[in-house]
Design a protein around this ligand. Structure first.
Ligand code: SAM
Length: 217
């Protein structure tokens, strides 16, 4: 696949590389896109949405620094591919939320059929999944223009969050946050990315709240 590309671009976590080797990306894309499934680029999955580029999936997974026993929340299930990669990391429990009902349903069925243990839910991931919080790791695979405060609240102390933040329709910044003991957030700029926008009532009601990319320390 694109493992050589992914490794050449600096992904070294063997558990992430193994997950990228084993999860069958061609079973997460529409049939007419299957021949392109192992190229290092995003592909359309319907409803104006995409399955992310494999390198970005690998990078975001590595940045989460997952350990056995960790509980991880994904916002933006899409095809279910990223969730399957997360579920392939030994000892990690995965929760995933998708806002588009048809994608939420098809991803849930696909993940079950392929044997990946992922707790799936349809809804607005802006608000996280409070019933299962706190999470040791949170990954957001669509871009809001600010960091949703409920996700910060639902991140455990010592937890890591990886999230693209920026204006819709352009490039965004990929941020990694680490919540220190005591609740202080450390922010690390991981570079430029291009994601579809986070949509839904949560992000729309709070758009531009506190200024662009608030509250990045
Ligand atoms: N992780 C996905 C995968 O592996 O296929 C790709 C994600 S795609 C780039 C972004 C997804 O986020 C879309 O399926 C979109 O519908 C979803 N999304 C957008 N806003 C959302 C929200 N507020 N809550 C949950 N999902 C959302």
């Amino acid at each position: 696949m694109v493992i050589e590309t992914i490794q050449a671009r600096g992904i070294t976590d063997e558990r992430v590389l193994e997950a990228m080797r084993t999860v069958p990306r061609h079973l997460f894309v529409p049939e007419e896109e299957r021949e392109y499934a192992y190229g290092d680029f995003p592909l359309p999955i319907g409803f104006g949405q995409t399955i992310s580029q494999p390198y970005i999936v690998a990078l975001m997974t590595e940045l989460l620094e997952l350990k056995p026993g960790d509980k991880v929340l994904e916002v933006g299930t899409g095809s279910g591919y990223q969730a399957a990669v997360l579920a392939s990391i030994p000892g990690v429990e995965v929760y995933s939320i998708e806002i588009i009902p048809e994608l939420a349903q098809s991803a849930k069925e696909r993940l079950e059929r392929l044997g990946y243990r992922v707790h799936c839910k349809q809804g607005d991931g802006y608000y996280g999944w409070p019933e299962h919080a706190p999470f040791d790791a949170i990954i957001v695979t669509a871009a809001p223009d600010h960091v949703p405060p409920p996700l910060i609240d639902q991140l455990a102390e010592g937890g890591r969050m990886v999230i693209p933040v920026g204006p819709p329709g352009g490039y965004q910044t990929l941020w990694k946050f680490v919540k220190e003991e005591g609740g202080e957030l450390k922010a690390y700029n991981m570079g430029g990315v291009a994601f579809v926008p986070l949509t839904g009532p949560g992000v729309e009601e709070h758009q531009h709240e506190g200024g662009m990319e608030w509250p990045i320390p």
